[in-house]
Design a protein around this ligand. Sequence first.
Ligand SMILES: [Zn+2]
Length: 310
Amino acid sequence: MKSATRLISLLLAGLLAACSTTSHPVQSAALGKPASAAAMEAALATPGPVELQTVASADWVVPLSGLLNLKDPQAVAAGLADRPEPIQVYLHVLRHPKFGVFLVDTGVSAQLLKTPSKFGISSELQQMLNIPRLQLRRDAESVVAELGGQVRGVFLTHLHLDHITGLPALARDVPIHAGPGELAEQHAMPDMMRAATDALLAGRPAQHEWPFAAGRDGVPAGVIDVFADGSVFAIAAPGHTTGSTAYLVRTLQGPVLLTGDVSHTRWGWEHGVEPGDYTRDQLLNRSSLQQLKALVARHPAIEVRLGHQP
Ligand SMILES: [Zn+2]
């Protein structure tokens, strides 16, 4: 069991860490204008207009070493070792009273699980991604049907495959927004991962890139006011991937932070330990995680929803 887990971990390490490269085109985002973090934080004291629903679309099991830096002194002290770790794949539904319905990430499509090869996921890739251990709880199709098919756009936390596996449920013309550089990352992309990403994006509009500022070493930085009304903010959180983005949503019940894979796990968030092998730049990811934790420490009313665990 242990060696099998290790094998999956090694395979995923090579694959998921690098799965953001595709030949799909990009364009400037039609939505979103740069905002100051101070303006964002000043808006948090009052409830916003957005209804937010988080759907656990599927249960999955992947190696803990991908999800958490097990070499971190805290992880070592806690005696954490690699093991199969239960996680979930989410999608979040945003209902804005003026602009309509948007998704953050996409969950998992029933069609894709039924015939993965039709969506560019080869049988080899299915084994490597441990797809047989991916169990649907609520497929993306049923969520979209309940919304009357009225999804106006998708906001991705990043472009790893497990965040676009719900795309087959969405109309081809639904715009997709993500952080800058997600499509362009060109490091060690295995052909079969690239093929799957390309297949899932094929026939869809060019991806909109949030107009973040360029921070240190040119990595994305700052905050975007998505609807220019202070209701939803995209926050640059690079590291897991270059364009990784967290979303702060001002809901009727108060602010909610969707971290994406800045932290996959609850343990990682609580201890400030960054993800493991699936992450491109662990040091940068750690810094983004610390910044999000500091934001929540300044505003304890923020409810935090993590990348892959409740
Ligand atoms: Zn993920």
